[in-house]
Write a new protein. Structure first.
Length: 82
């Protein structure tokens, strides 16, 4: 049995309904703290619920909570899917 590594995407690039594990956040301490307050941190599983076209917010599920984050923030969260 071979271990295959999942694909790495930003949260923004994920498909709706896709689940991935947060593996990194590209940002400074302020962004890290804001995301931590939303319980988004490396090791967390997140599911993309919806997103609007262009630069609108991205809605995701973390544990049993559903929340929306801005386009720019979603672009800085790296997840591994697959």
């Amino acid at each position: 049995m071979t271990m295959h590594q999942g694909r790495q995407l930003t949260l923004r690039q994920m498909e709706i309904g896709q689940t991935g594990t947060v593996i990194g956040i590209l940002g400074g301490r302020g962004l890290m703290r804001r995301l931590e307050a939303l319980d988004i941190r490396p090791g967390k599983k997140v599911t993309k619920v919806s997103s609007t076209l262009f630069r609108g917010p991205v809605t995701l599920r973390v544990d049993n909570a559903q929340l929306a984050i801005g386009f720019g923030m979603a672009n800085r969260i790296i997840v591994e899917v697959g």
